[in-house]
Design a protein around this ligand. Structure first.
Ligand SMILES: C[S@@+](CC[C@H](N)C(=O)[O-])C[C@H]1O[C@@H](n2cnc3c(N)ncnc32)[C@H](O)[C@@H]1O
Length: 195
């Protein structure tokens, strides 16, 4: 019998490794939005700002650049940021979906979650950055993105996680195969939503 078909063993292991610094469960209770611990570079802060702006947030940054205060709070905005953003850990006191995805589906490092790790492709995009860029260019669930140099399929998998359709081309059959395997063999944590 295959006991881990639904990822039960993986989820159990993830609980055990939740002490790893990248998944530190502490956050500021006074902050509307707290950045993920692995967001360390200035370009990541810029992407974080850009993506929540596109998602509709009006904000100011506090406390050493890692905590944000919202000027326009609403449940709809909170839900949008929780569901889509890539550089934040919490919205209010709720962990965002991406935090759960990287925490509960990780393999060796923060950027090797889900099937991103299956092949050591050197020219690979940074998956978290791709999730942010998909948001920044304004793609929504049901939209379609085209990548003419799809390589190992990073954009394909990140699009899939956001419910965005993906069309990719790559001259290398090995890359095409990687993209197919990455997207067809993925089982991701999904939040149970009300209603
Ligand atoms: C830097 S890699 C892209 C990596 C990809 N973004 C990822 O995250 O894995 C560039 C890709 O372009 C592909 N490529 C190069 N010339 C091409 C062409 N003329 N048509 C289609 N793909 C091409 C290569 O095979 C390579 O996989």
């Amino acid at each position: 019998m295959i006991t881990n078909r639904k990822g039960e063993i993986m989820l159990k292991k993830a609980e055990e490794v939740s002490q790893f610094w990248a998944y530190d469960l502490s956050y500021s209770k006074n902050s509307d939005l707290t950045l993920l611990d692995n967001a360390q570079f200035i370009y990541e802060l810029s992407l974080a700002e850009l993506e929540i702006r596109v998602l509709g947030a009006d904000f100011k940054i506090t406390n050493g650049l890692r905590e944000f205060k919202l000027n326009n709070k609403s449940k709809e905005l909170d839900d949008r940021i929780i569901k889509r953003s890539s550089y934040f850990k919490t919205v209010g006191q709720t962990f965002i979906d991406y935090f759960h995805i990287i925490q509960k589906n990780r393999t060796r490092s923060v950027n090797q979650y889900l099937t991103h790790w299956i092949y050591p492709y050197k020219g690979k995009f940074h998956p978290q950055m791709i999730r942010a860029l998909l948001n920044i260019i304004g793609l929504k669930e049901g939209d379609t993105v085209f990548e003419p140099f799809s390589g190992s399929g990073t954009t394909a998998l990140e699009s899939q996680l956001l419910g965005i359709n993906f069309i990719g081309i790559d001259i290398s059959p090995l890359c095409v195969l990687q993209g197919k395997v990455k997207t067809k063999s993925v089982y991701a944590w999904k939040r149970k939503r009300e209603g």
